[in-house]
Design a protein around this ligand. Structure first.
Ligand SMILES: [Zn+2]
Length: 185
């Protein structure tokens, strides 16, 4: 399992390992937690008491510290794995579902024609459709988009990056994802 790390304002920051979370607890850096403890880590025996130290790790931990005022305005970085999850592994042109190796990052306005490498100009397409469209605009190629691109929120970005997301974590993250997101679908 991974632990979802938030800043003290509740903004998702990272997926961390239970060991990394334990270090936060041990250094008194955890401000608050969400959900029931999901893992117990045991450390060394204390000489004085003979008791073994133990840390209960929660699925979501918020760390102390100040939050930059613009932190919530950050745009999540774009990567192929996240793009394909955003678009549910569906080709935007033919509508078929494909595996990771058959999909491509398709630029709606081709980069050769000034299109930018951003969430709003990128969509998932299979290799065949991407090749067919080539350097043309969708209108020129007479290939319509079956769904539209959008910029994921920070909460959604954490879902796109997660590997095995626990129910408590998914509930928390989905609550911060706009209703219009495909992740609700
Ligand atoms: Zn296709």
């Amino acid at each position: 399992m991974d632990v979802l790390q938030l800043d003290v304002s509740g903004r998702p920051q990272a997926w961390i390992t239970p060991r990394e979370a334990a270090l936060l607890y041990a250094s008194d850096s955890v401000a608050w937690t969400v959900g029931r403890a999901c893992k117990v880590l045991r450390g060394g025996f204390q000489r004085a008491t003979g008791l073994q130290s133990r840390i209960d790790v929660h699925p979501i931990v918020a760390v102390r510290g100040c939050v930059p005022s613009r932190a919530w305005l950050q745009t999540p970085s774009l990567s192929n794995p996240k793009l394909f999850v955003r678009d549910r592994f569906l080709c935007a042109y033919c509508g078929q579902r494909f595996g990771f190796d058959t999909l491509t990052r398709e630029h709606i306005v081709p980069t050769s024609r000034g299109g930018r490498d951003t969430w709003m100009n990128c969509i998932t397409a299979c290799k065949a459709c991407n090749g067919r469209k080539g350097n043309r605009l969708a209108e020129e190629a007479r290939m319509g988009l079956l769904y539209l691109p959008y910029v994921p929120s920070l909460h959604e970005d954490m879902i796109l990056r997660g590997r095995r997301i626990l129910a408590d974590q998914m509930d928390f993250l989905l609550a911060g994802v706009p209703r219009s997101s495909r992740l609700h679908g």
